[in-house]
Design a protein around this ligand. Structure first.
Ligand SMILES: C[S@@+](CC[C@H](N)C(=O)[O-])C[C@H]1O[C@@H](n2cnc3c(N)ncnc32)[C@H](O)[C@@H]1O
Ligand code: SF4
Length: 357
């Protein structure tokens, strides 16, 4: 039986396939397992069916991420999405790589209820896309955004990354101004992060410079804000009403269920994650066994600390008793009964988190 309490409930579906592996990426995704995609989609159907039978709540948001969901057949992925019970106004997002997007693909998504795509633009400078090892170019991006407008999706996000080797301030400004020309309702701008175990981690000469990334953060914040996109989480800007409800649910520690390999779930303080490989996931579902790899239950102090850490990153900040904000001048400011990060504070959020009580 579904939970009709009205509390938000999110569903995440992980698609672990990519055409090629970007050397900075640590997500659970493979380039040599496409032969598993039919079996994987079949396992998702079975796993979702079981969760419904066990009383999974109706979803207020679905996020299909990866990996590269858009490399799968649109109708087949749409069938998985359609199998998940949702509330009437659910937000349903699919992550897409620009080189895969076509009007035809998006029509399959729309038929399955998808109303938002998140497009991995990363950069609008050709040589930066090359450094990042991306397969697409700016024409793919333009075509993808045209397709989004043609099918009339109510919302979309553009992901960009700053701080790649060889990216000048001018390149970054060009990227931000170019994506603004697409009139996006939502932008996620991420500082390129060095993830342990990736090829990029082994090449220190290509690692980003902290000061350069701080300058680029200020630049993107200035340009997006001036265009009417409001910063609502450190790396996320949206026009009013276009904030990503699914991510907000994560940041508010609400409940969600993840399907597919490496997917994470959370229910009232207990969180768990699935086995990492698609092979193991398919086998376990076929055997009727749990796909959980491990899990943990947080004690109340840890849960509260994590809640404050996540809230601090958001526009509305934390309650006054969570932080001695008077000792952090210039980094936080008091807004009514909350401490909210200033822009300088957003650049030092991790350090400020260590002062949370
Ligand atoms: C895991 S990807 C999936 C989407 C799609 N495959 C793509 O790459 O566009 C989601 C987003 O994570 C971001 N990302 C992945 N690795 C990152 C890293 N090391 N540093 C910063 N952002 C990263 C990228 O902006 C990417 O769009
Ligand atoms: S960044 Fe995206 S396309 Fe690149 S390997 Fe990771 S998931 Fe795949």
């Amino acid at each position: 039986m579904a939970d009709q309490s009205g509390e938000p409930f999110g569903v995440y579906v992980h698609i672990p396939f990519c055409v090629s592996k970007c050397d900075y990426c640590a997500f659970a995704t493979w380039t040599d397992r496409h032969h598993l995609s039919d079996a994987y989609l079949g396992a998702l159907h079975v796993d979702i069916r079981r969760a419904i039978d066990e009383g999974m709540p109706v979803a207020s948001s679905i996020f299909v991420g990866g990996g590269t969901p858009s490399m799968l057949d649109g109708a087949e992925l749409g069938a998985v999405i359609s199998a998940i019970p949702v509330v009437a106004d659910a937000e349903i997002t699919v992550e897409c790589n620009p080189d895969d997007v076509s009007v035809e693909l998006l029509r399959h998504y729309v038929a399955a209820g998808v109303n938002r795509v998140s497009l991995g633009v990363q950069s609008m400078a050709t040589h930066v896309l090359g450094t990042l090892g991306r397969r697409h170019d700016r024409r793919n991006i333009e075509r993808a955004v045209d397709a989004i407008h043609t099918v009339g999706l109510p919302s979309f996000n553009l992901d960009v990354i700053y701080g790649a080797a060889g990216e000048s301030t001018e390149d970054w400004e060009h990227t931000v101004r170019s994506i603004l020309a697409f009139d996006p309702p939502h932008v996620s701008a991420y500082a390129l992060t060095i993830e342990a175990g990736t090829p990029l981690a082994e090449q220190p000469d290509r690692h980003p410079d902290d000061d350069d990334q701080a300058d680029k953060y200020e630049l993107v914040d200035d340009l997006l804000t001036a265009s009417g996109l409001e910063n609502y989480e450190i790396s996320n800007w949206a026009r009013p009403g276009h904030e990503c409800r699914h991510n907000v649910l994560y940041w508010r520690q609400q409940d969600y269920r993840g399907f597919g390999c490496a997917a994470h779930s959370h229910r009232t303080g207990r969180r768990w994650w699935n086995v990492r490989t698609p092979d193991r996931y398919i086998d376990l579902v076929a055997a009727g066994e749990s796909t959980e790899s491990a899990g943990e239950t947080l004690d109340e102090p840890t849960r509260r600390f994590e809640r404050m850490e996540l809230l601090l990153r958001m526009r509305d900040g934390v309650p006054l008793d969570a932080l001695d904000g008077d000792r952090l001048p210039g980094l936080v400011e008091r807004r009514n009964d909350r401490w909210v990060l200033t822009r300088s504070g957003r650049l030092l959020a991790n350090e400020i988190s260590t002062r949370l009580s």
